[in-house]
Design a protein around this ligand. Structure first.
Ligand SMILES: [Zn+2]
Length: 74
């Protein structure tokens, strides 16, 4: 994969593992160790297509979660 630049500010992107969360129709999804590209200038996170697809599948119930955690709501 070639080095890409941030579409937001043109800064350099670094590969990074991070935790992402998604709230879809009142259900909370947490994704650990997702490989993303993070901009060193503005901190914007770019999610590669493969990771985004996996998250989509998980949200549609196609993947088995590793574990479940209770999430407090206020
Ligand atoms: Zn940027």
């Amino acid at each position: 994969m070639k080095d890409s630049l941030c579409a937001q500010c043109g800064g350099k992107l670094h590969r990074k593992k991070t935790t992402l969360d998604r709230l879809v129709e009142g259900a909370f999804y947490l994704f650990e160790n997702v490989s993303v590209q993070m901009c060193e200038q503005c901190g914007e996170i770019w999610i590669p297509g493969s990771a985004a697809e996996r998250m989509d599948q998980a949200i549609r119930g196609k993947l088995k979660p590793k574990r479940r955690i209770p999430v407090p709501v206020y």
